[in-house]
Design a protein. Structure first.
Length: 133
């Protein structure tokens, strides 16, 4: 049924299949979501729907999938995934934001996004890092 939903031309059917996958705790569903989100031949709307669903889930496996998407630097989905992670404020995501902020090899866009996520709670430390380069 899921394969047929993705073969359908209707976004409604595809989004419905994504919503179904997002409810499933099994590894096969998580793997399918990750593969779909990484597939740049899929529409950005569909991929963003997956990212939004994973961010809403907030589970450890969802965060891991979002982190994997941020590593696709050549793909616009990486920034969308990072923006979603920036809004979660968990230990896991804060650690990632600190790593991005401190890494001078990161793009300015990613570093500033990380700074924005951390700044409300760690203003002095964030400013110090940004001032140092």
């Amino acid at each position: 049924i899921i394969v047929r939903a993705f073969a359908d031309r209707s976004d409604l059917m595809r989004f419905g299949a994504i919503d179904f996958l997002l409810t499933r705790p099994e590894a096969w569903a998580k793997r399918a979501l990750r593969q779909l989100a990484q597939d740049n031949s899929k529409s950005m709307a569909l991929r963003q729907h997956i990212v939004d669903g994973l961010a809403a889930d907030g589970s450890r496996s969802a965060i891991q999938t979002l982190e994997a998407l941020t590593r696709l630097r050549h793909d616009a989905i990486s920034r969308i995934a990072l923006e979603s992670l920036a809004g979660l404020h968990t230990k896991q995501t804060d650690s990632m934001m600190w790593n991005i902020l401190k890494n001078k090899q990161e793009s300015d866009a990613f570093r500033f996004l990380a700074a924005g996520a951390l700044q409300p709670r760690h203003r002095k430390a964030v400013l110090s890092i940004l001032q140092s380069g």
